[in-house]
Design a protein around this ligand. Structure first.
Ligand code: DGL
Length: 279
């Protein structure tokens, strides 16, 4: 019988924990191996080449741990690295069955059924917004939907520095939401197009009028993966089932563990790793 392994989940830092939560809710039976590159976060202000290089290092690391499937639980990596990895790197790997999936496609697929006004706002990192991935992907299937993207460069540092709940965060939450709503007052759906942003959800929700929908990605990515595994039994049989989650971080584990514990609902004990020495 073939060896089975966890699903790899990767983010630049803490943001992917919001996706992990959605994955565990939709698919609690599987094992997960989470990797946060906290030491090199944020990715959102970095160039295409750097994000691609860092993401590829992380994906290779998770493959080397046995994960046959890696979820890029990061919009910046999904926007800047996913396509290159899928088209150029995966075909060169010894195991032709390895897969990498992102978070933008499942989000975009849901949009036509959510917006009524046909005006959608996307909040993301400078890298995601500059890539125009959301505008292009939504435009492919729903050219009538108007997409407005706004970069929120200070939101990820607030989360990575554990300041998301602080009163100081209010100013920057209001600042970027004002920019978005002034750019298109007809927006009725706001996509949190960065997996760190759900940690600011209470402040974002409280600032926007209640009729505006705020879409976080955790649950929808979980449901989308459940659907993917139904359509791909060859992958499903390679995944281990035990409901276990392990954590890896490139930073200090004392910083990482409390937040990870909060997300999984039990004490998490991460292992610190070095991605720069793995190639
Ligand atoms: N959480 C990531 C995203 O969804 C990246 C944040 C960052 O490192 O800037 O884009």
């Amino acid at each position: 019988m073939r060896k089975t392994s966890p699903i790899g989940v990767f983010d630049s830092g803490y943001g992917g924990l919001t996706i992990l939560k959605g994955l565990r809710k939709a698919l609690p039976q599987y094992d997960y191996l989470y990797l946060g590159d906290n030491a090199r976060a944020p990715y959102g202000t970095r160039s295409f080449d750097i994000v691609y290089g860092f993401t590829l290092e992380a994906v290779r690391y998770l493959f080397a741990q046995g994960c046959p499937l890696v979820i890029l639980a990061c919009n910046t990596a999904s926007a800047k690295a996913l396509r290159s990895i899928q088209q150029n790197d995966l075909p060169r790997m010894a195991d032709p069955g390895l897969r990498v999936l992102g978070v933008i496609r499942p989000t975009v697929e849901l949009i036509p059924s959510v917006t009524r006004s046909g005006h959608v706002g996307v909040l993301g990192t400078p890298g995601t917004v500059a890539s125009r991935s959301y505008t292009m992907e939504i435009g492919k299937t729903s050219p009538d939907i108007r997409v407005t993207e706004v970069a929120c460069p200070l939101w990820v540092p607030l989360v990575e520095n554990r300041e998301a709940d602080s009163p100081g965060a209010d100013y920057f939450v209001g600042k970027y939401l004002d920019t978005l709503m002034q750019a298109d007052p007809a927006i009725d759906t706001v996509i949190l197009g960065c997996t760190h942003y759900p940690l600011l959800y209470p402040k974002i929700r409280a600032y926007l009028p209640p009729e505006i929908k705020v879409l976080a990605q955790g649950e929808l990515v979980g449901n989308s993966l459940a659907d993917y595994l139904l359509r791909h039994p060859e992958m499903e049989t390679r995944l281990s089932k035990g409901g276990d989650t392990r954590f890896l971080t490139t930073e200090n584990t004392e910083k990482f563990n409390p937040l990870a514990s909060l997300f999984v609902g039990h004490p998490a004990c991460a292992q610190r790793i070095d991605l720069t020495n793995t190639l």
